[in-house]
Design a protein around this ligand. Structure first.
Ligand code: NAI
Length: 341
């Protein structure tokens, strides 16, 4: 059996708790993985470092190409830059992929939700270019480059083709941001017309799109967005299927990939063994699929499916954490999954 090295970055807040639960499940499932642990965020400072994104953490991901990451705290309105955004930029992880599906035993307003959000991960308003023009005026720059817009559109259509998805909807605001969102939209349209005419394609102004999503999410398949819209749409979609505790994600580039839940470090419940580890567990199953696809290792795919079957069974049996209306702690939910592997 080939053993793949994965970098574990526990992160801040609930990160170490959900990472610990996920690691135990990966080990109990006999996954073809070994781990090296590196730190980022406040956790890196707490360990005596002077950088929230230490060079050896970035170097480890570059060396091993795959990481599983917990959330990192970003101070609001002051303090250090976002570690998450910096990591995505440094490693050129330009595609964020966030599948949103109903889960067994998790009752929500809608059934048959099966969406994938694909978010451009390197530019837009997340470029962090903000200038103070006068005492009272701040200007934030939204960056759109033809190359990055083209790259993410291509990636989304290729993903749709491989996964046999039917339709891509681009959420945009090109009626107002005619140049930046206009470029994003034009690139997506060109990729569709020139290279992927067999996949259905539509363009939706994002405000109306959000309304349509909460009225009937089953009308959508893949949603393609620039960076900030993708962030917001992801959390709304998480709310359609049970919340942030059940929404996994991946940040993918041409060389490296970092898998992480959509949720943040949840300081309100950190350190209390209350967090739902499922989103990170699901991200780890996505990671096993990625390893299977990129390194042609079927053992990884089988293991990912084994983990999926076990958490679905646990949910069907009513084993749930508090965010889903159950009573289990983080560690008790992990135990329930392990018992069903
Ligand atoms: P958050 O996602 O951490 O929490 C929002 C709400 O959802 C809270 O009530 C929290 O308790 C709940 N929640 C989140 N994950 C949960 C889980 N696994 N189980 C049960 N409940 C869960 O978002 P918030 O409060 O806006 O951000 C907190 C910090 O996380 C900030 O510093 C933010 O910058 C950072 N953040 C980091 C991300 C990352 O590392 N990728 C993503 C989003 C936020």
């Amino acid at each position: 059996m080939t053993i793949h090295t994965v970098v574990l970055i526990p992160g801040d807040g609930i990160g170490p708790e959900v990472m610990n639960a996920t690691r135990k499940i990966l080990e109990a499932a006999g996954s073809p993985l070994q781990f090296v642990e590196r730190h980022a965020g406040v956790a890196a400072l707490d360990r005596g470092g002077d950088d929230v994104l230490p060079a050896d953490t970035v170097a480890a991901v570059r060396e091993h190409h795959v990481a599983l990451k917990g959330p990192c705290t970003t101070p609001i309105g002051k303090g250090f830059f976002s570690v998450n955004v910096a990591l995505r930029k440094k490693l050129h992880l330009y595609a964020a992929v966030r599948p949103v599906r109903n889960l067994p035993g998790v009752k929500t307003r809608f059934e048959d939700v099966d969406l994938v959000i694909i978010r451009e991960n390197t530019e837009g308003l997340y470029s962090g270019i903000e200038n103070q023009i006068t005492d009272d005026v701040i200007v934030s720059m939204k960056v759109a480059t033809a190359s990055a817009c083209h790259r993410i559109a291509h990636w989304a259509f290729r993903y749709a083709t491989h996964r046999r998805r039917k339709k891509i909807s681009v959420f945009h605001k090109a009626n107002i941001m005619k140049m930046s969102d206009g470029l994003f939209l034009n690139q997506a349209r060109q990729v569709y017309e020139n290279d992927y005419p067999n996949i259905a394609y539509d363009e939706v102004i994002i405000d109306a799109g959000m309304m349509k999503l909460v009225q009937d999410p089953t009308k959508f398949d893949i949603i393609l967005c620039e960076n900030l819209y993708g962030d917001i749409v992801s959390d709304l979609c998480a709310g359609l299927v049970g919340g942030l505790g059940v929404t996994p994600g991946a940040n993918i580039g041409d060389e490296d990939a970092v898998f992480e839940a959509v949720h943040g470090s949840a300081p309100d419940i950190a350190g209390q063994d209350k967090a739902n580890p499922l989103a990170l567990i699901m991200s780890s199953a996505m990671m096993l699929n990625h390893i299977a696809d990129t390194r042609h290792d079927n053992t990884a795919r089988v293991c990912g499916q084994k983990i999926r079957d076990a958490y679905n069974k646990a949910l069907e049996d009513g084993q749930k954490t508090r965010d889903l209306g159950g009573e289990l702690s983080t560690s008790a939910f992990a135990k329930a999954v392990i018992e069903r592997l």
